[in-house]
Ligand binder design. Sequence first.
Ligand code: AOF
Ligand code: ZN
Length: 335
Amino acid sequence: MNIDEKYIKRCLEIAKKGLPASMPNPSVGAVIVYQDKIIGEGYTSAYGGAHAEVNAIQTVKDKSLLEKATIYVSLEPCSHYGKTPPCCNLIIEYKIPNIVIGTLDPNIKVAGNGIKKLIEYGKNVIVGILEKECKELNRRFFTFHEKKRPYIVLKWAESQDGFIAPKNKSEQKPVWITNSFSRQLVHKWRSEEQSILVGTQTVVDDNPKLNVRDWVGKNPTRIVLDQNNRISKESHIFDNQAETIILSSSEIDFSNTIASQICAILYERNLQSVLIEGGTQTLQTFIDANLWDEARVFKGNLFIGNGTKAPVLKSKWIERQFILEDELLIFKNYD
Ligand code: AOF
Ligand code: ZN
């Protein structure tokens, strides 16, 4: 590992702490180095707050050292006026001569303009260090800007014999396929995505709250499909604890390309990611359209015998974990 990689790696390490609070803004790490010593560092504040560069510069005690220092950033410094002023201007103002950048900002408002401006001001700029890792950390933000759709995470839990629910579910007591630790993990996942989507049958059968109760964090926006207005107004999804968007036939043509239409609606609303929690039909719609990025599948320890079959995903899992007796398989649909 060379010296640039070493410090960009540090940028990534601290940038992790900024997620998910920074979203939909990406979380960036900035590390300021003088004579191979870190003299300041910072990462992106919660959404609407300061960018990484601002926080890093603030921590430098002797600001005169900035004129001889190198600033490492995991994402191209911004050049636009958004909720905050451009970071490029700050770097220029403090006369930092060297800038090492992990990867370009895909946001059309920046997209190379930051680098262009720094070069115009005579800075030494290096771009493209640990690029893959930099994009992976903010994969929701990159997918959203590059593919013009949200980052899609599929999640379901199936029994040993491949069912997600028993037959005549609504007549029975709830059947838990996974243990309480796995269920808590799902609440962490909900706090990490900007929206959560389920189909009509899931609301009718389970009356889910779709919020973050067993973790600390923000509730995602609830997206619910309801083609024929079958969902009762008394359902938990209308408890006002989080925003709920109902997609009925006035918003979507249910005869075709449902997954693409939903992606377009979420994109329009600036929702950078979605956790799809069921049921089988909804999950399968996204799998068949090849509109998914990650799938997280729990295999519980019980046999159901007869009921709703789990979705069919013909990929190979890339990671396997155990949460006590529950098996968790993780699939990725990108390199
Ligand atoms: C940076 N450093 O730490 C981050 C950047 O509305 P604003 O002002 O917060 O700008 C948001 C955009 O800035 C965001 O979409 C992305 O292009 C960039 N994020 N840029 O220089 C940072 N988080
Ligand atoms: Zn910025």
